[in-house]
Design a protein around this ligand. Sequence first.
Ligand code: SME
Length: 168
Amino acid sequence: MGTTSKFEKHVEAREAVQLLNSEAHSADELMRRITELLNRVMLKYNWVGFYMLEPNAQPPVLVLGHYQGAMTPHTRISLNQGICGAAASSGKTVVVDDVSKDSRYLACSLETKSEIVVPIFVHGEVAGELDIDSHFPAAFGTREDRDLVEYCAELVGSRLDRETAKTT
Ligand code: SME
């Protein structure tokens, strides 16, 4: 009764992200506003944040960027740690329906039940990722959720591609 259907919600969120992309003056602004928007409009997206690979770091390390939600102890994550490390090192979206059953999981909040991490590609290589945690189990199990989060990651990747265009 009176609730927006799942499909409409995802379509609306996608349109709002499209609008953000046209308004944002930089990839950095786009990332900040995506975290705010997704956290606000998607009820189960309780922690939304970006981790970006530190330029020229050896060994590579993911560094926390813009985020919305509870403070996390994980501000720097190696590629061999966590769901975040798994997504960045494989270059593939990782969806975990029950984090308590995944030995890779690094706890951010005791309330977190499920997680999605989507890599961001810049010039064909992983440059970072969009990480979302939910207080609800299997919050990212549907095609609509995966498509929405992957769409956001692609937009950020395209912006970063343009901002870091090779001049040679
Ligand atoms: N859960 C992540 C760590 C980041 S926090 O969720 C914000 C992981 O397992 O890599």
